[in-house]
Design a protein around this ligand. Structure first.
Ligand code: SF4
Length: 252
């Protein structure tokens, strides 16, 4: 872990539905094997786990909120704003307080139940969306963060508090079977979320090697699925199954 000082807080975002990205950390302790951010930022995958803390981010944000035109702030697009280190530094919490003070809309996506700490704060926003990423409801070794069922419990709390909530269902595990898909969709609906966003695996530098290490036996089958028609067929099935039950959209 290293403390750093940043020059900018809000960066323009190309993610649909989000105007600005706010990333309190560089790197991520969850270290999911499918994470493609290290390759986008040209950071070594091992180095990615050594998180850099943007210590002065709230100060920079405070200045920018007075100058920039208001827009939806995504927390976070290239890290998890609620990874374990947030418990110590509370950079995300400090930024949320500022965003609330200036009445800016937010969209939070996380794999951590630490987001529950800020529920009462998030509830005060005029416009707030909170999502949790779930790739499968089985416990898999390919990602960090809270266990999938715990994430589901977390998002249920937000839904119960009338906060717009969603499941980022992705990257969908290439070995998931039809029964599991139906089970997942039913569990997501039971959690009371507003929508489900589907995403596939983005194969960037180093990801297939990581998958091979984690799943030597199933690697060939996973590879065949990723490069074949697994996602087009699976997304179609999900949409058909969820039709008239819940809104399902595909990620960017
Ligand atoms: S939680 Fe997101 S940013 Fe963190 S390692 Fe996993 S995919 Fe990457």
């Amino acid at each position: 872990m290293k403390e750093i000082y940043c020059k900018t807080a809000l960066t323009n975002s190309k993610v649909p539905g989000i105007d600005y990205s706010l990333n309190p950390y560089i790197g991520c302790q969850h270290a999911c094997i499918y994470c493609y951010v290290p390759s986008l930022l040209h950071i070594d995958r091992e180095e990615w786990k050594n998180v850099k803390v943007k210590k002065n981010l709230p100060n920079i944000l405070m200045k920018e909120l007075k100058k920039k035109s208001k827009g939806i702030v995504g927390l976070s697009t290239s890290t998890d704003a609620y990874q374990p280190i947030e418990k110590i530094y509370e950079i995300t919490k400090k930024c949320l307080k500022l965003l609330l003070k200036h009445n800016w809309p937010i969209d939070i996506l996380t794999k951590s139940k630490l987001v529950e700490r800020d529920l009462s704060l998030i509830k005060k926003f005029e416009r707030a969306k909170v999502g949790v990423t779930i790739t499968t409801l089985k416990e898999e070794k390919w990602e960090g963060g809270a266990k999938p069922m715990e994430r589901l419990k977390t998002i249920k709390k937000f839904a119960n508090n009338n906060i717009h909530s969603y499941i980022f269902f992705g990257p969908i595990f290439p070995l998931i079977n039809e029964k599991e898909i139906e089970y997942c969709i039913e569990e997501f609906i039971s959690a009371g979320v507003n929508e489900i966003i589907l995403d596939k695996l983005h194969v960037k530098k180093g990801i297939m090697e990581e998958i091979k290490k984690a799943y030597p036996q199933q690697y060939q089958e996973i590879k065949k699925a990723i490069y074949g028609d697994f996602y087009s067929k699976t997304f179609k099935k999900i949409k058909e199954y969820a039709k008239n039950k819940i809104i399902v959209i595909e990620a960017w």
